[in-house]
Write a protein that binds this ligand. Structure first.
Ligand code: DAH
Length: 368
């Protein structure tokens, strides 16, 4: 087999020169392929070209492709891909046909290890989503869904965000174009939270209700390590006679212990949401340091995880237009909402939310 030429680190980028370089490389590979006569030699050849760390394709990609001036990248990329396709398909063909010969020549060795098929794994976000849902299912909650393209009425108005209310500013909204001629309540937007499904659920069925609603939500937020314009929430809603704030506290305390371990404590702070009164933010004692203070909890010992509260009677008022049984004098309820991405990032120590949407196998394989 001929020795590879050292991979050059600088290049003349003229088309003629590139054609010549890539032809030389292909010729070199073809020669190697003709000379490889045993499965071992074929494997050596494969490693030499396709090896992950030191393979020539990897070196070519990092030395030529990445170093190339921006305006040349496309052309070099195309040539590189053509070479790579050639090498990959030729090696596959050779392995197939020679493998056949080997099989013909020798009996199958059944002690050989089989072909390993790589198992896929649940995405950390979906895993967290399922864990959360399961805990509520075990408490008798059902699971609901709702549309991601929502009307202004369900996303805001029926949740007691009247038109022009400043609380709307807390959820920077992506709206669908061409809606101006419709009355505001019918205009379409990308839902900014899963809360509209509370209203849709109650409109569909009289009380009692115990439901969790996981789903995707959208906001016009600039992406950074902890923000993404698309993220996920789980909404919870419980409505019945005599539901009190202690039911809310007990339910969420149980939930946090089930998710993070029985030593985790919860604490509730006054907050504001238009659709709950009173409203609270819930913090848990840091499951990593036990509350002593560490980097994960920014040395405070506590981590804020969700918003919640008692369903505002005004919300029941909107629902009553379709389901009169939601009479705030007879029934009461609590609701809560949390970000699934945040919980997943915390549970798995993921520092950048964009990793969850990158599809990068180096990230995903860590969860396999
Ligand atoms: N929808 C709120 C948000 O996206 C979260 C939330 C807070 C949901 C309190 C609730 C709740 O159901 O009771 O910011």
């Amino acid at each position: 087999m001929s020795d590879p030429q050292p991979t050059p680190t600088s290049l003349d980028y003229s088309p003629e020169h590139l054609t010549q370089r890539f032809q030389t490389l292909q010729a070199e590979f073809d020669l190697g392929l003709r000379e490889a006569s045993t499965p071992e030699e074929l494997e050596d050849l494969r490693l030499k070209w396709e090896g992950r760390k030191q393979g020539r394709l990897t070196l070519l990609s990092s030395l030529w492709l990445k170093e190339a001036p921006a305006e040349k990248k496309k052309e070099i990329g195309q040539r590189f891909n053509a070479l790579k396709d050639h090498i990959v398909s030729e090696l596959q063909r050779a392995a197939g046909s020679r493998g056949q010969n080997v099989l013909d020549a020798e009996a199958i060795d059944i002690t050989q290890p089989g072909t390993r098929r790589r198992l896929g794994a649940e995405h950390p976000l979906i895993r967290t989503w399922n864990e959360i849902v399961k805990i509520f299912q075990a408490m008798g909650y059902s699971v609901g869904v709702g549309p991601e393209v929502e009307t202004d009425y369900y996303n805001f108005e029926s949740l007691n965000f009247p038109p022009g209310h400043p609380a709307r500013d807390t959820q920077d909204t992506l709206v669908i174009t061409g809606q101006e001629r419709k009355p505001l309540r019918d205009r379409l937007l990308m839902r900014t939270h899963t809360s509209p499904v509370q209203i849709r659920t109650m409109e569909q069925q009289p009380p009692p209700v115990r439901i969790v609603i996981p789903g995707k939500v959208h906001r016009n937020d600039a992406a950074d390590a902890t923000h993404s314009p698309i993220f996920h929430q789980v909404e919870g809603l419980c409505v019945d006679t005599n539901i009190t704030f202690s039911d809310l506290k007990g339910t969420l305390d149980h939930f946090m212990k089930a998710l993070f371990g029985s030593s985790v404590k919860t604490r509730f702070f006054p907050s504001f949401f238009p659709f709950t009164e009173p409203s609270a933010d819930v913090q848990i004692s840091c499951p990593f340091c036990g509350g002593k203070g560490c980097r994960k909890c920014k040395y405070s010992g506590w981590i804020e995880l969700l918003g919640c509260g008692m369903v505002d009677p005004a919300v029941f008022g909107f629902v009553q237009q379709k389901q009169p049984a939601y009479d705030p004098k007879k029934i009461s309820g609590f609701a809560f909402g949390m970000g699934i991405d945040r919980v997943a990032m915390m549970s798995y120590g993921i520092s950048d939310i964009s990793l969850m949407y990158s599809g990068d196998l180096r990230f995903l394989e860590q969860f396999a």
